[in-house]
Design a protein around this ligand. Sequence first.
Ligand code: HXC
Length: 257
Amino acid sequence: SSFSTILTETSEDIGMISLNRPEVLNTLNIRMVEEIVQALEQFDQDPFIKVIVLKGQGRAFAAGADIDEMMNKNSIELELLNQFTVWDRITWIKKPIIGAVHGYVLGGGFELALCCDILLSSDDAEFGFPEVSLGIMPGAGGTQRLTKLIGRSNAMKLLLSGERFSAKTAKELGIVSAAVPNEIVVEEAMKLARLLAQKPSLSLRMIKESVHKAVDLPLFEGMQAERKNFYLLFSSEDQKEGMRAFKEKRAPDFKGK
Ligand code: HXC
């Protein structure tokens, strides 16, 4: 592939993206974020791919944004650089993204993890937003996504203190759906990906979109959006097949349309 900071591979209908700057613990420079987003978009457009898995090579998922790249910038340069709009494109990825994180999951690396739809963690992972101790703050959604996920009080504590916390705590707070031994975190993510890949992809797509609306919209608007997506699925062949297969007491043969 044309990527220099990440690796991409496919395993049947699963697309895998691995952050690949292990010598600097996968710190996210601008190039790397651009490549991650491009790879996500390529898998999203690939009709053979149903689910995407995101992970890190080496001993960390990602230890944050690249401090070397940021340290000498001023506000005007950052405004003109407009580097965070590339992150916004992750919002438009329609296929499920499963994050398999291990080691350090810090700062921008944590923000990237929070962009995943489902997070699995190794039980030795360490999470945190250390930005406060650098005299900055999260800038790629950390204050927003973490707060919506775990509530104001817990988010405030973690963001204001910058303290690192364990996978066990991340599990208790509902940040990750499971914390498993490091050796099996990727395999567990693949197992889950294979399970999702068997589901009708239009259902996955509409469910993902509706869950995002639950986070973004007031309840009433979210309910209307859910309803429209529910109706839309009745135009799919998979809905007819799924319900017919149930009545005929056989396994459904989903086509993804
Ligand atoms: C640049 C980094 C880095 C970072 C690690 N490195 N994190 N370089 N930016 N964020 C480099 C180290 O300098 C070192 O390079 C190499 O990676 C290995 O790291 P070590 O520190 O030697 O490893 P270790 O002692 O195990 O400590 C790991 C660590 C520590 C606890 C993760 O590296 C650390 O505290 N890193 C900074 C974490 C951080 O503050 N992240 C938030 C960044 S701000 P050399 O050349 O010395 O061997 C941010 C803002 C997000 O994320 C904004 C939106 C995108």
